[in-house]
Design a protein around this ligand. Structure first.
Ligand SMILES: [Zn+2]
Length: 216
């Protein structure tokens, strides 16, 4: 449905469940599948109208910008890839996957889609979700469902370790698709905002080990 208070030309809300579910962690498999179908269908509709980039994102918790308690995602129609995507290096994801394997940063894996702690995360427990063998600009239907399952699994683990923390996640696509998940466990202050230097107090190996041991 259209966002009631759009900040962009076109902005939509995807309701994840008819049940009153507050967290992505509580969604059922068929609800994740329906969400994946909605994201793909709206990306296609956006492209047909000249919006080449669909920014799909989940904000969970008030401190992460969510104004609705019911689990939902937002789809922002953009004419082109946003700066965060345009600024990512060619081959950057392949490099990240390599570093994640070398330093035991993997948290969980379903089929060929894994979640791992970012080796240089801005905030504690920053996660990247990607398919290591099948890099592609946009995940095919089945792969997007698995990616959302991995996101749910990771959020469940995060809640076991840190409680129901607010978080943001989004799909980056166009080069090599991946999902980024950023728990909001720290406040951005003068160093982060002013210098662009992020002080992360939890080493990624430590974060990954904690999430691995928290069975979802
Ligand atoms: Zn990215």
């Amino acid at each position: 449905m259209p966002n009631l208070f759009p900040a962009f030309e076109r902005q939509e809300v995807v309701v994840h469940s008819p049940r009153h579910v507050r967290s992505f962690a509580e969604l059922e498999g068929d609800e994740l599948a329906a969400t994946a179908i909605a994201w793909a269908a709206r990306a296609e509709a956006a492209r047909a109208e000249g919006f080449d980039y669909l920014h799909a994102l989940v904000n969970e918790g008030r401190a992460a910008g969510a104004s609705l308690l019911h689990s939902h995602s937002q789809l922002v129609w953009l004419r082109e890839a946003p700066p965060a995507v345009a600024g990512e290096a060619d081959g950057g994801l392949r490099e990240l996957l390599h570093r994640a394997r070398e330093t035991e940063l993997e948290v969980t894996r379903h089929a060929d889609v894994s979640a791992f702690c970012h080796p240089a995360g801005r905030l504690p427990y920053e996660i990247v979700i990607a398919a290591d063998e099948q890099l592609a600009p946009w995940p095919d239907g089945a792969t997007l469902v698995v990616a959302l399952e991995v996101l749910r699994d990771t959020v469940q683990r995060l809640r076991r370790v840190e409680g129901s923390v607010p978080w943001n996640a989004w799909l980056h696509h166009g080069r090599d698709w991946h999902v980024e998940l950023v728990p909001r466990l720290a406040t951005l202050a003068g160093i982060e905002l002013g210098a662009g230097i992020y002080v992360n107090t939890v080493a990624p190996e430590v974060a990954a080990a904690a999430l691995r041991s928290a069975e979802s």
